[in-house]
Ligand binder design. Sequence first.
Ligand code: NAD
Ligand code: ZN
Length: 248
Amino acid sequence: MTDDLGILINRLSEAKNVVALTGAGVSAESGIKTFRDPDGLWSKFNPMELASVEGFMKNSDLVWSWYRHRVDVINNSQPNAGHYALAEIQKLNKFEFTLITQNVDGLHQKSGSYDVVELHGSIIRNKCFDCNEEFIDEIDSNDVNLQRCGYCSGKIRPDVVWFGEMLPRNAILKAENAAINSDVFFSIGTSAEVFPAADLPIISKNRGSLVVEINPNRTRISDLVDIYLPYTSAEILPIILNELKGIN
Ligand code: NAD
Ligand code: ZN
């Protein structure tokens, strides 16, 4: 075990509250592309056209069909060893564990995590652009046509947070509260470029939490964290899980 891992396991053995903030990198090993990496989604698509209210108003058909394509990719992907390790860490019940994700793909829940705080919504849920009512009709996986609301005939959009939109109030309050009270805070597979999520590790650090970053590439916060682990999430999280299982 490296020194860093030893320090981490030691702190985890005494921790009461542990938080993990995850980003697109956690799903990279499940075959779902990240946004900002060189071959990521934003290198091929214009984020303002596809992930903003203005973009949806300008070309709803294009935006909707792009999301249907992403849902199809997500439905055909499986959680990886990183997702499963996080779910098992939660089930060990060694500490209060809050899993906060910026991902919209539902893979944490699919791997068995519960009470996941979804900061950016879910691509699997849809809602009405006009009246905000949830849209629960089954949509055929091949159907890329824009759907209409049964209440007001408004256009249906994915229930994700677009550029310029507010985060769900409950989710951000829960996340901030967990960050403030954490003894150990993991930032995993996120570039820490998107706010307010990117503030969470800093909030924890200022409250004396041990902040640990897991990311094969250095990020905006790598110099600020207590422990930087330069591994992929599927590589290192199962190792951390195993070490934790060895603690009484
Ligand atoms: P990002 O694309 O900005 O950053 C991804 C980070 O993951 C990078 O720092 C990269 O070095 C790291 N990474 C790549 N492979 C990794 C691996 N195997 N293990 C660990 N880390 C790895 O993504 P972000 O920080 O999550 O950006 C936030 C936005 O991206 C959010 O709005 C989120 O909703 C959205 N997003 C979600 C998904 C998803 O649901 N799977 C996919 C793409 C983007
Ligand atoms: Zn409606």
